[in-house]
Design a protein around this ligand. Structure first.
Ligand code: CP
Ligand code: NVA
Length: 302
């Protein structure tokens, strides 16, 4: 694995190895033992969208590993004034050891990896959010013992980066994924054709979806870049909120997950969010451990 551009390009073995290593790093850290395997390195972090969790977990993770995070707001570098991504990549590729990119187009991350010739991590594009999925799989392993035979249900905007990354995870790992979303917010035919045979079903029936679920997952209804559609989205997606009534239909021990940031009483009932805060913020913490595993894996392959 030379880059982490999405869940799509990964094999089941690669995903499992990353989650295993993340768990090991988390356990070691809790005992005060922290590896500094990336000592002396500098990793650029190019962000064209807002971030709390991804930015902080990468900055802390890199620092703990002995590397220097170089945060670059896209508006502060020439990229924001129109310098092509491939030129930015060719400059940074000669100076830094790796790059972490949050942006809109998946192609920009692919181009950066090709032209920069340094390990490149997708820190969220409109297409995928692989770092989040790896942290979520770690949480599922910790809380439920593993994803084998589990039913994960994604409620809400199923056609966003999170919905698509979940679909690739289900295909690669073989667990059941149900995407409960209005027709207009289900992954489109072109995506489903590319996904091919996979244990993924699409439905508009939230109750049938919640029945027997082990993981009830949601994400904002208004992803970054979709703000102009907010009013319409909030209206159409309203029946797809996760609330206590749906949790009652799930399996005993089912967990509620949210990649955050959360908008209370929109995609998730505010009361349920607070009741399940422990498992949701465990998921947020796991970003740190999962990403350290990613950084180490890419540094070792370089
Ligand atoms: N879940 C997530 O990626 O959060 P941020 O947008 O705060 O990084
Ligand atoms: N789908 C959301 C994820 C935020 C972490 C977005 O793209 O804004």
């Amino acid at each position: 694995m030379k880059h982490l551009l999405g869940i799509e390009p990964l094999t089941a073995g690669e995903i499992t190895a990353l989650v295993d290593h993340a768990l090991e790093l988390k356990t070691q850290r809790s005992r005060g033992s922290i590896t500094t395997e990336l000592k002396g390195e500098t990793w650029a972090m190019i962000f064209t969208k807002s971030s709390t969790r991804t930015r902080v977990s990468f900055e802390v993770g890199l620092t703990e590993l002995g590397a220097r995070p170089l945060f670059l707001n896209a508006n502060d570098i020439q990229l924001g004034r129109g310098e092509p991504i491939k030129d930015t990549a060719r400059v940074l590729g000669r100076m830094v050891h790796g790059a972490i990119i949050r942006t809109y187009a998946q192609q920009d991350v692919v181009d950066f990896a090709e032209y920069g010739k340094i390990p490149t991590i997708n820190a969220l594009t409109d297409e995928e959010h692989p770092c989040q999925i790896l942290a979520d799989l770690l949480t599922i392993r910790e809380r439920l013992g593993g994803w084998e035979g589990k039913k994960v249900v994604f409620f809400g905007d199923g056609d966003c980066n999170m919905g698509r990354s979940w679909a690739w995870a289900a295909k690669r790992l073989g667990f059941e994924l149900v995407i409960a979303a209005p027709k207009a917010f289900q992954p489109d035919d072109a995506f489903m054709a590319r996904l091919g045979e996979a244990p993924v079903t699409l439905t508009e029936d939230v109750e049938a979806a919640a029945t027997g679920a082990d993981v009830l997952y949601t994400d904002t209804w208004v992803s970054m870049g979709r703000e102009a559609e907010a009013e319409e989205r909030l209206k159409i997606l309203k029946p797809f909120q996760i609330h206590g009534g749906l949790v009652k239909l799930a399996n005993p021990g089912a967990i509620v997950q949210h990649c955050l940031p959360a908008y209370r009483d929109k995609e998730i009932c505010g009361t349920l969010f607070e009741e399940r805060a422990d498992e949701i913020f465990q998921q947020a913490e796991n970003r740190l451990h999962a990403q350290k595993a990613i950084l180490i894996a890419l540094a070792r392959e370089r």
